[in-house]
Design a protein around this ligand. Structure first.
Ligand code: NAP
Ligand code: GCO
Length: 263
């Protein structure tokens, strides 16, 4: 369907050298978009370029700390000049620190907020002027089940992701009149490096207790794969979602709908 085509579009996906961001970028590329991505360091960015190249994707990689407004605006200026103005922004870069609140240093809390909440604001603010001038644009913020639910040890992350849900709704409210759609994707528990500690086998080879817990809380009875985010990302990046605005699309195998399996 033409509606889902991204032919001629330029997409910037932050933190897309691997993981969920990489998988969404591949999907956007297959739908026709030109891909730009960033990493926090050269090694990861280069590895990401290799992986894109193996798939025949001519991605453009940048090393840019999303917390650094000057570095972000310089990266976007380079993309605008060398590739073209950004049609699709996916705010995917993110970190998590699993520390009980009473033990967490304020600086640790602040770092998570900086990357997971303030950086999406920095990037959205940086791409919006050209989207407003053009009269169209797509911004997709990668939220989380923690935009809706709390759990122990993830206070900063949940506060950031909860805030990111409201930033999504607020920017949708401000920019909808310019035909800019700002939506979120809320992945459930996805098997990436970010959740690897929650899936590590026990010394005796048995599953990590959290692994078993998540399976019991997920109707699909499995962890998500980064590829599970591909279709939702193409939908929210395409004209098929032109009347969807301020929405967070949860891709969680049904966790949010489910009380959990009786032990
Ligand atoms: P990941 O593999 O750890 O990827 C995170 C990415 O963010 C990495 O590419 C990393 O860059 C980048 N990044 C971190 N800090 C950065 C900074 N300061 N500047 C630039 N880039 C930075 O994690 P993931 O699981 O794919 O997560 C991607 C997004 O999905 C995150 O926002 C996460 O919160 C969210 N999410 C994940 C899950 C899940 O279960 N995995 C569920 C819900 C939401 P490098 O290339 O330098 O490493
Ligand atoms: C955790 C996990 C979660 C997932 C994701 C769920 O420690 O509970 O890392 O936060 O990453 O955000 O949607």
């Amino acid at each position: 369907m033409k509606n889902f085509s991204l032919e001629g579009k330029i997409a910037l996906i932050t933190g897309a050298a691997h993981g969920i961001g990489f998988s969404m970028a591949v999907a956007l590329s297959k739908a026709g978009a030109k891909i730009a991505f960033n990493s926090s360091n050269e090694t990861s960015m280069q590895k990401g370029l290799e992986e894109y190249s193996k798939l025949g994707i001519n991605a453009r990689g940048f090393v840019c700390d999303v917390r650094d407004e000057k570095a972000v605006t310089d990266m976007i200026a380079t993309i605008n000049t060398e590739i073209g103005e950004i049609d699709i922004l996916v705010n995917n870069a993110g970190i998590i620190k699993r520390i009980p609140a009473i033990e967490m240093e304020v600086e640790e809390f602040r770092e998570v907020i900086d990357v997971d909440l303030i950086a999406p604001f920095i990037l959205s603010k940086a791409v919006a002027p050209s989207m407003i001038k053009r009269g169209s644009g797509k911004i997709i913020n990668i939220c989380s089940l923690m935009s809706e639910l709390g759990r122990e040890t993830v206070s900063a992350y949940a506060a950031a992701k909860g805030g990111l849900k409201m930033l999504t709704r607020t920017l949708a409210s401000e920019w909808g009149k310019f035909n800019i759609q700002v939506n979120g994707i809320g992945p459930g528990y996805i098997a990436t490096s970010q959740t690897a500690p929650l899936r590590e086998k026990q010394a005796d080879g048995s599953p990590h207790p959290f692994d078993s817990f998540i399976i019991s809380k997920t109707p699909a009875e499995r962890w998500g794969k980064p590829e599970d985010l591909a279709g939702p990302a193409v939908f929210l990046a395409s004209n098929a979602s032109d009347f969807v605005n301020g929405h967070v699309l949860y891709v969680d195998g049904g966790i949010l709908a489910y009380i959990g399996k009786q032990p």
